[in-house]
Design a protein around this ligand. Sequence first.
Ligand code: B16
Ligand code: MG
Length: 224
Amino acid sequence: MGNNVKAFIFDLDGVITDTAEYHFEAWQALGKELGIEFGREFNEQLKGVSREESLERILALGDGKADLSTEEKGRLCDQKNVHYKKLIQGITPDDILPGIIPLLEAIRKAGIPTAIGSASRNAPAIISLLELDSYFDYIVDAGKVKAGKPDPETFTVAADHFDVPYENCIGIEDAHAGIQALKAAGMFAVGVGSEEHLSEADFLVESTTDLKFDALVEAFGRKE
Ligand code: B16
Ligand code: MG
């Protein structure tokens, strides 16, 4: 089983661990300073998109704030990241989402390579805090790509690293922008979350607990 699956590529935030909550807290704090308030529904739009694009979307909510200089925007991104890095310091292996370790073990047993495809420049640090380094053969973060999700580059760079065809890759994502990136790459897109946000996924599960190796490979096989 799984003969034609040549790589598994995992999004980080929302799939391996729930750092979205920390991103939300840090962006909300920055927003408050700028007089821009937003809640969880708006935060959905920040999932999977880059730090810079997240700031643009927040500023667009505020009165004329989108006109800030590039330097000022860079400073605000740095400020958010300093806060975010403080918040993630407490991450431990207990923060790995349910179902992920059994899935990674099954993939290892099948001898299929694994990568992280994340928009976060903090991805390598988070994988280390989770003590998952030995489960991933390669990490693609924002520092390795020119265009972030929904552009396919985050995922194609990972497949190219393993020298495997895109159509033989399974990608797992929790964000709309991430599913779009996987589809644009021609990969099999597994969504974790609600139909409302991830309707374009090839295979949808409600939570990471439902990410079972056999079910994923079988769904991939049905699509072929
Ligand atoms: P950083 P993912 C994404 O991670 C987050 O979902 C998104 O909210 C964040 O803005 C982006 O990383 C950049 O993160 O500021 O740490 O570089 O879902 O692609 O793993
Ligand atoms: Mg994500």
